[in-house]
Design a binder for this molecule. Structure first.
Ligand code: FES
Ligand SMILES: [Fe+2]
Length: 369
């Protein structure tokens, strides 16, 4: 990264709220006009939704309550209790396999049905509104569709050890998921913004497929100095999963970038790093295998901090970027035109549909976790 950007990025990563003097966030200057894309959106890393926990997350101008029962069943529901509308994320609790509303203690089973009230009398016929949810690649995804249609495709499974959690961070900022995912096809910015060297990259989105792949080799990112091969899996307009296979069968490095539409012109950006090791250099094979996971967890936290600097530079761009519908593309840009064609499949309304603008915001903030 160019040295003059580093202090800005570091300040942004250090603080929970960062003012960027002289430059306002994009959504306060340009009324956000693009609709939310359809698809799976990551609302949490899997380790954030523990058994017995109830968590509220924004999604597409509304809220979703995520909870996990004592038995491990994960559910995503509309927050409003069908009884008198209390918010299940505000004081709601998990009791065994049920989620219980704090207001009158109505309890709902994993099918969403009301099975009990706080009055020791038969419950009414009532159900929670549930959203399709899946847990893949260490991430919790919720399906969103403009017309409320059920899932049209599945999140691809990227081979990884699910027992090991991601080290992760979440930021709330101005932006649109399409511009974040465009990063995978905007090859010109890799040397220019991130300082990648010796870049060799190929891949293009395939029309009609919700998932596409880009492969690259380069020097200069997380493992500075080393030439790395990456496989990027682009999942809808929501995630870029980067996987690097380490030399000599030592393991893999996973970097996940999730963009989630939270409101008009606003996104939450989740990114995480997970190192998987098959052993520990210098230790006999058996001892190495036994200690590989704790060592990998520690290193993941360090690598996440290093990777954050690169992601932080993108974050600054997105927070202030105005979407250019007719970009002036140049040779060396990467397949941005093809990407934009491909991206159209995720919209029910054509891009440019109406989304009500919301009041201006002035800061990048680390989202509540
Ligand atoms: S509002 Fe939820 S139990 Fe009454
Ligand atoms: Fe980038």
């Amino acid at each position: 990264m160019k040295p003059h950007l580093k202090p800005l990025v570091k300040q942004l990563l250090r603080s929970r709220k960062v003012g960027l003097p002289g430059a306002a966030p994009a959504d306060s200057l340009h009324a956000p006009s693009r609709p939310y894309p359809n698809g799976w959106f990551c609302l949490a890393f899997a380790s954030e939704v523990r058994r017995g926990s109830v968590t509220t997350r924004p999604l597409a101008g509304a809220e979703v309550v995520l909870y996990r029962t004592a038995g491990g069943v994960l559910r995503a529901v509309r927050p409003q209790c069908p009884h008198l509308g209390a918010h299940l994320g505000v004081g709601g609790s998990v009791e065994g396999e049920e989620i219980v509303c704090p207001f009158h203690r109505f309890a709902f089973d994993p099918s969403g049905a009301c099975v009990r009230t706080g009055y020791d009398l038969p419950p009414p016929k009532a159900s929670l509104t549930q959203y399709p949810v899946c847990e893949v690649n260490g991430s919790v995804y919720v399906w969103w569709h403009a017309l409320g249609l059920p899932p049209q495709w599945q999140v691809p499974v990227i081979p990884m050890d699910e027992r090991q959690p991601f080290s992760h961070d979440t930021f709330a900022l101005a932006g649109h998921p399409q511009d974040v995912i465009e990063n995978a096809f905007d090859w010109g910015h890799l040397p220019a913004l991130h300082g990648l060297k010796g870049l060799d990259i190929e891949g293009a989105p395939v029309a009609g497929q919700p998932v596409s792949t880009v492969t690259a080799t380069a020097r200069g990112t997380v493992m500075r100095g080393f030439r790395q091969s990456y496989t990027l899996t682009v999942i809808g307009l929501a995630s870029i999963a980067a996987r690097t296979v380490l030399p000599r069968g030592a393991g893999s490095l996973h970097v996940m970038l999730h963009a989630t539409a939270t409101g008009p012109g606003r996104i939450e950006l989740r990114f995480g790093t997970k190192l998987e090791l098959t052993g520990v250099p210098g230790l006999p094979r058996r001892a190495g295998r036994a200690t590989a996971m704790p060592v990998a967890r520690l290193l993941s936290a360090v690598l996440q901090r290093v990777a954050s600097v690169d992601t932080g530079a993108d974050l600054l761009m997105w927070h202030h970027q105005e979407h250019v519908e007719q970009p002036k593309l140049a040779r060396g840009d990467g397949p941005i035109g093809r990407y934009r064609q491909w991206a159209r499949q995720f919209y029910t309304e054509p891009p440019g549909g109406v989304v009500a603008p919301r009041p201006p915001r002035t800061e990048v903030g680390r989202a509540e976790e």
